[in-house]
Design a protein around this ligand. Structure first.
Ligand code: AMP
Length: 293
């Protein structure tokens, strides 16, 4: 196993970057790595010649009162996972390396989608995400960048930023990795007590109920998912939404492929999850054509 090079400063990153040959992939993380992150690395390794993982807990995307201060930090384990997965380079800067002049005045504006769903509940969050993603893309200069479908709205916004602002990188989506019982892996799952965890499983159960009701159309899908969430009193739901997977507008009769999204708090932990929902050509309406015979 070749040791993974660790860069802490911009100079160390630049020096290590010049040693990497061929197509470079980046996997951006906030640390506390788990099997979901490992899956991103494996997907990256399968398509690229070299892989860089960034580990940076980005203060810009946390609002006051969120979990920045208690976010799990497990750098030694993270590094062992990166080495095991054959990562060539880890870039693990501190905030003063990324923001040497303090929080930047000029930021990427996430636009309309940035204000909806997660953005409505976490104002400014996606501006903070896109700003750091833009900076890390400049600093690592990859050919490919891998992001998880677990954070579907983030993935959509990063893809849009890359398109709208002509970043020379291909964004690759990686399916959500789940534990047995369906709970999506997340660094925040370490906050969950046993009873929280059993309530948290209702998130995926709700999404699956929605998928199962797709034949009843958008309204039926939402109703089936909502019924599962309502039956779990330990969940405090921020939103349950069904959007068109291409436009991110609310799904309707014309939607062929939707995305069902949920965000909820359980105990002190806020969790998000989503699934893709395929509708029949009618937009999932089970009504048949009028009989004109
Ligand atoms: P984070 O460290 O939580 O910011 O996540 C870093 C990257 O890993 C993001 O692209 C996430 O979407 C992705 N990711 C996190 N959890 C999962 C998961 N359970 N399955 C797939 N990708 C994930």
């Amino acid at each position: 196993m070749t040791a993974t090079v660790v860069a802490r400063s911009r100079d160390e990153l630049a020096a290590a970057r010049t040693q990497l040959r061929g197509r470079l992939a980046v996997v951006m993380t906030m640390g506390a790595l788990h099997e979901g992150h490992a899956q991103l690395v494996r997907a990256a390794r399968a398509q690229a010649d070299a892989v860089v993982v960034t580990i940076f807990l980005n203060p810009l995307q946390f609002a006051a009162g969120e979990d920045l201060d208690r976010y799990p930090k497990t750098f030694e384990t993270d590094l062992a996972i990166c080495t095991r997965e054959g990562v060539d380079l880890v870039f693990a800067p501190t905030p003063d390396v990324i923001y040497p002049n303090g929080e930047p005045d000029v930021r990427v504006a996430a636009g309309r989608l940035g204000d909806r769903l997660e953005g409505e509940h976490r104002p400014g969050h996606f501006d903070g995400v896109l700003t750091v993603v833009a900076k890390l893309l400049h600093l690592t200069a990859p050919d490919l960048a891998y992001f998880g479908e677990k954070d579907a709205q983030q993935l959509a916004l990063i893809s849009q930023m890359v398109r709208d602002l002509d970043f020379p990188v291909d964004v690759v989506a990686v399916p959500t990795v789940r534990e047995e019982g369906g709970l999506a892996l997340s660094s925040r799952n370490t906050y969950l007590t046993d009873s929280d965890r059993s309530a948290a499983r209702s998130l995926n159960r709700a999404l699956q109920a929605g998928v199962g009701a797709a034949a009843e159309g958008a309204a039926g899908t939402l109703a089936a998912a909502a019924a599962v969430l309502e039956a779990e009193p330990a969940l405090s739901v921020d939103y349950l939404a069904l959007v068109d997977d291409d436009t991110w507008e609310d799904a309707g009769a014309g939607t062929a492929k939707g995305r069902l999204l949920v965000a909820a708090r359980v105990g002190t932990t806020r969790l998000i999850d989503n699934v893709s929902v395929t509708f029949a050509e009618t937009g999932g309406r089970s009504t048949s054509a009028p009989d004109v015979g």
